[in-house]
Design a protein around this ligand. Structure first.
Ligand SMILES: O=C(O)CCC(=O)C(=O)O
Ligand SMILES: [Fe+2]
Length: 229
């Protein structure tokens, strides 16, 4: 994994609500995650998106214990993101502060009845897409999450752009397409983020999704830091 410039990541998250981490996973790690997709022992559940009106395609939630790579990334990314999450909450006038370690935050989730792991892997075939959504799984939520593109655009698949929308108070929504290469990760706001305006800070509401895949197969791996009820 490449060294991450956390200063630059913090700046991008503050100004855009998302940040790209180029080359976050090596090609071999992407391939290993894809190869494990059909091995049901890794997962606690499989979701067929069409059945729930979530879009088209499917995903699987990993079970505990998580694959070592994901477990390690979940803890180390969390520790880097806590200062940003706490700064955002303060800017939005929210009282909640997140503990320094992911283990402590998971303890809070588990105490609140959110005990099921949320890291997941998604698979899109031609015609599949992911409707705009927010990955909230209970009262406790960490405000940032990450998605890693495991397939190569133009070679493994066509279409299938990662999309974010920002809904500003009393205004129309702003769409953003995030270009990614295989192995790149996008860090983004789960639900809300603060934006500095001329009359103080306001809160924008974010959603993310994926446009239709037109050819090939597109896989992503997502890490969400709160667990699910
Ligand atoms: O497939 C994607 O790029 C988005 C996946 C997603 O919704 C997530 O990781 O939460
Ligand atoms: Fe999502």
């Amino acid at each position: 994994m490449k060294r991450i410039d956390w200063q630059a990541v913090g700046t991008a998250l503050d100004s855009d609500g998302h940040a790209v981490l180029p080359g976050f996973l090596a090609a071999a790690d992407c391939a290993a995650l894809i190869a494990g997709y059909d091995d049901e022992r890794h997962y606690r559940s499989r979701v067929v998106m069409e059945r729930h009106g979530f879009g088209r395609g499917e995903y699987k939630y990993f079970s505990y214990p998580l694959p070592p790579l994901i477990a390690q990334q979940r803890a180390t990314l969390y520790a880097q993101l806590v200062p940003i999450a706490n700064r955002w909450n303060a800017a939005m006038g929210l009282g909640l502060r997140y503990p320094e370690t992911h283990a402590d935050f998971l303890g809070q989730c588990h105490q609140a009845g959110q005990v099921r792991p949320t890291p997941l892997i998604l698979r899109y075939n031609p015609g599949d897409y992911n409707c705009l959504h927010q990955d909230l799984y209970g009262a406790l939520a960490f405000p940032l999450q990450i998605a890693v593109l495991l397939s190569q655009p133009g070679a493994d698949f066509e279409g299938g752009d990662f999309v974010l929308t920002e809904q500003r108070p009393r205004q129309q929504s702003r769409p953003m397409v995030v270009p990614l290469q295989k192995g790149d990760a996008v860090l983004f706001a789960v639900h809300h983020r603060p934006v500095a305006g001329t009359r103080g800070t306001y809160r924008v509401n974010l959603r993310h999704g994926v446009s239709r895949v037109t050819a090939g197969q597109r896989y992503t791996m997502g890490i969400i830091f709160h667990d699910a009820t």
